[in-house]
Design a binder for this molecule. Structure first.
Ligand SMILES: Cc1cc2nc3c(=O)[nH]c(=O)nc-3n(C[C@H](O)[C@H](O)[C@H](O)COP(=O)(O)OP(=O)(O)OC[C@H]3O[C@@H](n4cnc5c(N)ncnc54)[C@H](O)[C@@H]3O)c2cc1C
Length: 489
């Protein structure tokens, strides 16, 4: 087998966790090759909001907030329902949380700026640090740092197989552009391929066929890393646990999220980072409200209060109060799309506190008018006839739907299209606190590491800011592990 290239460490995946791993390993003197399947870096990290939840941080201290690891470890268990939380790897999540403040210092040391800490109940104190302007900043900054450190990045490089010698993982076989290469790693291969939210196969296998038609928000979240780990004998944990399915409005057309409106690096991003902490709260809220009307999901309370869903033909198709049947139902509709209809009573109700369409709790709330103003592409108001004309619904069918649902009035609001999505998945390779991948017996597979969503190790990371926190922390720490292995080799 002809080897095309040999380095100290190969990192598979150029999202947040892979870039953090590559930078950290390179900082400690390892030669690093990062392979990214897509034409550009970023992964799910690159389309995220960018919240990073951490305890005992310098920013908390500067704001006079007292926090402790024990409190954070306890609060982190309050987000998922008990049936899910009971499956958490308690020791691993506590260990992760104990390293979050150092990771934040590390990122700020690279020039990344954060707003916050912001409250996110049921966290008892503000712990959510929001990178400015959004998560693309992580990618831009880490990429620049990696190149500065002499790390090598290759895009359109899809890893297809892990290479093993005497049970040890020693490299990868990858398709790079239009040809295959064999790449060797002296001290370790790190799987950082993200989640499988858009893998029909893995979702059907572990969660059930009825969920298979529901898409992942990131269409490229295919679970390659989970398959690679599995083929090497890894134990996979919590593979049926998903974040979602949730209903979300489709993002503005032509722009992958709000992110492209603002620079993620360069002088303007730098200036925003410096100015945002001094901006009045209403400016910050206006900024965040924009985020709220893109990917955020409409509150379930809307359906409990009587809002109905229509498919692209104007037909009502499910009991809107039933989760996850509602989401499964949407995925079975033409084009997998649905619209949310509010009558006059609901429109008034969802126009002021405490009834909002979407929220980042205690930070900002978006009401009907926010959608009409900020997302005219997905929100319209008018008579039932105007609504029918706007979306080409047959008027008779629309009238039947509203009559059967008991809705009425002269002014109506239609929001959508929305889709049912898995935001991310919580299943991952079993790992230890050196980020080594474990087999079914709990024994480390020599030479193989996993980070981010690929190497969740049984943790439940619900709530905002823990997934990115884990991706960047596990990446930073695996870099140190690799350097340690190199120094003793
Ligand atoms: C809309 C949205 C908003 C979110 N906002 C937040 C937030 O604010 N805070 C938070 O904590 N979490 C958030 N999350 C979740 C969080 O962003 C992710 O869980 C986290 O960023 C995942 O990082 P990762 O490095 O594990 O994976 P990714 O960032 O997905 O990186 C994986 C990379 O590996 C590459 N890859 C895959 N297979 C291969 C292969 N075979 N060969 C080579 N490369 C491969 C992929 O192309 C990808 O670039 C959000 C998620 C979504 C969808």
């Amino acid at each position: 087998m002809a080897v095309n290239r040999t380095v100290d460490a190969i990192i598979v995946g150029g999202g947040g966790s892979g870039l953090a791993a590559a930078v950290s390993a390179a900082e400690q003197g390892c030669s690093v090759l990062l392979l990214e399947k897509q034409p550009q870096l970023g992964g799910t990290t690159g389309i995220a909001v960018g919240s990073f939840t951490a305890n005992r941080t310098a920013m908390q201290q500067a704001a006079g907030i007292e926090d402790s690891l024990e409190d954070h470890a306890e609060d982190a268990g309050e987000f998922a329902p008990d049936s899910i939380e009971d499956r958490n790897n308690v020791a691993l999540r506590r260990w992760f949380l104990s390293h979050t403040a150092e990771t934040l210092d590390w990122l700020r040391g690279m020039g990344l700026a954060f707003h916050g800490p912001n409250p996110e109940p049921p966290n008892r104190v503000p712990r959510m640090h929001n990178v400015v302007p959004n998560a693309k900043a992580y990618i831009a900054r880490l990429q620049a740092r990696l190149l500065q450190l002499g790390g090598e990045i290759r895009c359109q490089a899809a890893v297809k197989e892990l290479l093993r010698e005497d049970g040890r993982v020693v490299g990868v076989r990858a398709w790079i552009g239009d040809h295959e290469e064999v790449l060797r790693a002296e001290h370790g291969v790190v799987l950082a391929c993200g989640d499988y939210a858009n893998s029909q196969e893995l979702i059907a296998e572990y969660k059930g066929d009825r969920f298979a038609q529901i898409d992942g928000i990131n269409p490229f979240a295919a679970g390659d890393g989970h398959r690679l780990a599995q083929a090497a004998g890894a134990q996979l944990l919590n593979m049926d646990v998903t974040y979602g399915p949730e209903l979300r409005f489709v993002p503005p057309e032509g722009k992958l999220f709000f992110s492209q409106l603002l620079p993620a690096s360069g002088p303007i991003a730098w200036l925003m980072g410096r100015l945002l902490p001094w901006a009045p709260q209403f400016v910050v809220n206006a900024f965040i409200r924009r985020l709220l009307v893109t990917w955020q999901h409409p509150e379930n309370a809307l359906f409990d209060d009587g809002a109905i869903l229509l498919n692209v033909k104007g037909k009502r198709f499910c009991d809107e109060r039933q989760w996850p049947e509602r989401e499964i139902g949407i995925a079975a509709q033409p084009s997998k799309l649905a619209y949310l209809l509010l009558d006059e009573r609901l429109t008034e109700r969802y126009s002021a506190w405490p009834h909002f369409i979407s929220t980042a709790p205690k930070i900002a709330y978006a009401y009907v008018d926010d959608y009409l103003k900020l997302r005219p592409d997905i929100a319209c108001a008018g008579t039932l006839q105007q609504i029918a004309d706007r979306r080409r619904f047959p008027m008779e069918r629309l009238q039947t739907a509203v009559r059967e649902a008991g809705l009425s009035g002269d002014r109506w609001v239609l929001l959508g299209p929305c889709r049912a999505y898995f935001t991310t998945t919580e299943g991952g390779a079993a790992i230890d606190q050196s980020l080594r991948v474990l087999d079914a017996a709990g024994t480390p597979i020599s030479g193989l590491f996993a980070v981010g969503q690929n190497g969740l190790g049984g943790q439940i990371l619900w709530g905002h800011g823990l997934h990115i926190g884990w991706a960047l922390t596990s990446g930073r720490l695996v870099g140190k592990t690799l350097a340690g292995i190199k120094s003793t080799a």
